[in-house]
Design a protein around this ligand. Structure first.
Ligand SMILES: Nc1ncnc2c1ncn2[C@@H]1O[C@H](COP(=O)(O)OP(=O)(O)O)[C@@H](O)[C@H]1O
Ligand SMILES: [Mg+2]
Length: 231
């Protein structure tokens, strides 16, 4: 579903953030990525989303792409094509929710459908699925953080993306709300069959995923020892 092949990224300062990462993410997998602050987790998600570009290796063959999404080499895409791919095949969930304040809940959830030229009927179904069925006409300022993240989950999944990217989705939520949000996220991901990658600091959150990866500068590793406090 998503392949990373010798993915590297350095910023203008020249200091490498990520170097030579390789990993294969499978369809239907809910994977968490943990790692120290500043190690490059958000950078990795931005690269996968095509919002930032990886370094091109000096010895790279023409057409070789360090990121392949659903069989599509990202390196071969211009900005327009990358935007189209992102809109159609990806969904995003952020720590700060990023629900648009001037749109109703229903309009927020319908947005990915509109952008993809799809019928919007599924927006109401998704709001129902996340437990906000009667609230489509409300505006985001009327919601709690947990409710806002429910809207964001509905919006991220409404167009049935193949890949869902979540950056600290429970970072702004209390533990009980975080648990119910992750239960919901897991259920919705599994029902759409998407591959989901969630960056998190929380061991409790990571334990709710199928696989926990530890990111360091030059390595992605699967870890089974998620919770160091639990033997
Ligand atoms: N746009 C940027 N320009 C320069 N350096 C950046 C940029 N974005 C991130 N960095 C640096 O890259 C490193 C990784 O950042 P980030 O991916 O945000 O880490 P994480 O999400 O794991 O905390 C940090 O040292 C950060 O300062
Ligand atoms: Mg980050």
């Amino acid at each position: 579903m998503l392949e990373l092949r010798n993915l590297s990224k350095s910023y203008a300062s020249g200091r490498p953030v990520l170097s030579n990462l390789s990993w294969t993410f499978k369809a239907g997998e809910f994977v968490s990525i943990m790692g120290d602050s500043g190690v490059g987790k958000s950078t990795l998600l931005n690269l996968i989303a095509g919002l930032d570009t990886p370094d091109i290796a000096a010895n790279a063959a023409p057409g070789e792409s360090p990121i392949i999404v659903d069989g599509v080499p990202m390196a071969g895409l211009d900005d327009d094509a990358a935007t189209k791919l992102r809109r159609a095949r990806m969904g995003f969930i952020f720590q700060a929710f990023h629900v648009l304040p001037h749109l109703t809940l229903l309009q927020n959830v319908a947005l990915p459908l509109l952008l993809n030229g799809l019928p919007t009927a599924r927006a109401a179904e998704m709001l129902d699925a996340v437990g906000l069925g009667g609230r489509g006409g409300d505006f985001p300022h009327q919601l709690s953080g947990g409710e806002m993240q429910r809207v964001a989950i509905a919006r991220a999944l409404v167009h049935r993306p193949a890949l869902v990217l979540a950056d600290e989705p429970t970072g702004n939520l209390d533990p009980d709300t975080a648990h119910s949000i992750l239960t919901l996220l897991r259920r919705e991901i599994k029902s759409t069959g998407a591959c989901a990658i969630m960056v998190t600091h929380s061991h409790t959150a990571a334990e709710m995923t199928d696989k926990v990866l530890q990111l360091s500068k030059s390595c992605i590793q699967e870890t089974t020892n998620v919770n160091p406090f639990k033997q």
